[in-house]
Design a protein around this ligand. Structure first.
Ligand code: GLN
Length: 359
């Protein structure tokens, strides 16, 4: 295997071995602690323009299967691992991780001291990095990395350009795609919902014209403060009229639409075992996370919103519910893809809310 390098904007260099594509890429370097479900992570569009470091030492042991994609065209910029499994075994396996990354033009590096890298990321926070071939002029590679400006119009790049259906015989649901992960569609299919997915620029009128029983605002990449203001205005109209369930980036947008401030997490959450306290039931569940931003708890107007869920590790806000409108949101992934499945109950709550017609 050929040598490849991960360089970081703080000047550090990590040498490893190439797998996947040999593309040269730039992105924000983030780490995830998931122990299973690397396919769901790599294909999740929240990782648009990011290079994902896995803390789990060996990745790739079950290959890639047809049922675990979270998007058709993943847009992460690289995969960094300690070891990539030489053999992958799983009765559903269709491809090895290496073959899949080659097809998707995503580079991988193995043989990295991921523990040292993650310790560094814990102190630097989100940092730009680049995956490169061995070069004579490393200074030039660093100059290129420092000069690169990553887009902040990420939702525009991953949201569907055209509406599409996911038919069913039950509740009529509109999903607004900010970078939708397919786990949300799987949960709605399991409940026989008749779904229409609309792009991020959907207006409240275009949503109402589909006569939905409920609306979901999806997960997505980037900083919620960079969302087009139209998305926030759309939520402000929809939440008054139709049951609304907002997830991930959708949750952050729902919070902004109701006057909350957003802040950066000092340590991002990417993993599948965060303990979450449900304030209403006083129960703890484990949930799958992917977030760099969070709702500032001091900015939540308690006259309008109830904080329904907290993260028990850093006490960050993980769920909100409107006091007057049939609208609620969660920061974590309720579709549990990958991760523990107890959070999927939130889709049942959404179904009940639609059955009650938002009352
Ligand atoms: N879970 C998501 O949808 C991610 C939201 C947002 N991009 C964040 O990093 O906080």
């Amino acid at each position: 295997m050929a040598d490849r390098y991960l360089i970081l904007e703080d000047g550090s260099v990590f040498k490893g071995k190439a797998f996947g594509s040999r593309a040269t890429t730039f992105g924000e370097v983030v780490f995830t602690t998931v122990m299973t479900g690397y396919q769901q992570v790599i294909t999740n569009q929240i990782y648009h323009n990011q290079i994902i470091v896995f803390s789990e030492p060996t990745i790739g042991a079950v290959g890639i299967d047809r049922a675990s994609y979270e998007s058709v065209d993943p847009t992460c910029k690289g995969v960094i691992v300690r070891d990539v499994a030489a053999v992958s075994i799983n009765r559903r396996r269709r491809l090895s991780l290496d073959e899949y990354l080659k097809r998707q033009n995503i580079p991988g590096i193995s043989g990295i001291d991921t523990r040292a890298l993650i310790k560094k990321l814990r102190s630097t926070g989100t940092i730009k990095g680049s995956i490169i071939d061995p070069v004579k002029d490393l200074e030039h590679a660093f100059d290129q990395l420092r000069a690169i400006v990553l887009t902040n119009q990420q939702v525009n790049q991953v949201s569907t350009p055209k509406a599409f259906p996911n038919p069913g015989n039950g509740k009529n649901v509109v999903v607004v795609d900010l970078g939708l992960k397919y786990g949300i569609l799987r949960q709605l299919s399991q409940r026989d919902c008749n779904v229409t997915v609309l792009g991020y620029s959907a207006t409240a009128d275009s949503i109402f014209s589909l006569d939905p029983d409920g609306v979901i605002i999806s997960t997505g990449p980037g900083n919620p403060r960079d969302l087009p203001p139209e998305v926030i205005e759309m939520i402000q109209i929809v939440e008054r009229n139709i049951p609304l369930f907002a997830i991930g980036l959708g949750h952050e947008a729902f919070a902004i639409a109701n006057g909350c401030e957003i802040m950066e997490l000092s340590s991002e959450h990417h993993g599948s075992n965060h303990p979450i306290l449900s304030v209403i039931t006083d129960e703890i569940m484990y949930a799958s996370h992917g977030q760099g931003f969070t709702v500032d708890p001091n900015s939540v107007d308690r006259n309008d919103l109830i904080v329904t869920h907290y993260d028990l590790i850093d006490h960050s806000v993980q769920g909100l519910r409107h006091r007057d409108f049939p609208a609620f949101s969660v920061q974590f992934f309720p579709d549990s893809s990958p991760g523990p499945t107890e959070a999927t109950e939130l889709f049942d709550e959404f179904m009940e809310m639609m059955t009650r017609g938002g009352r």
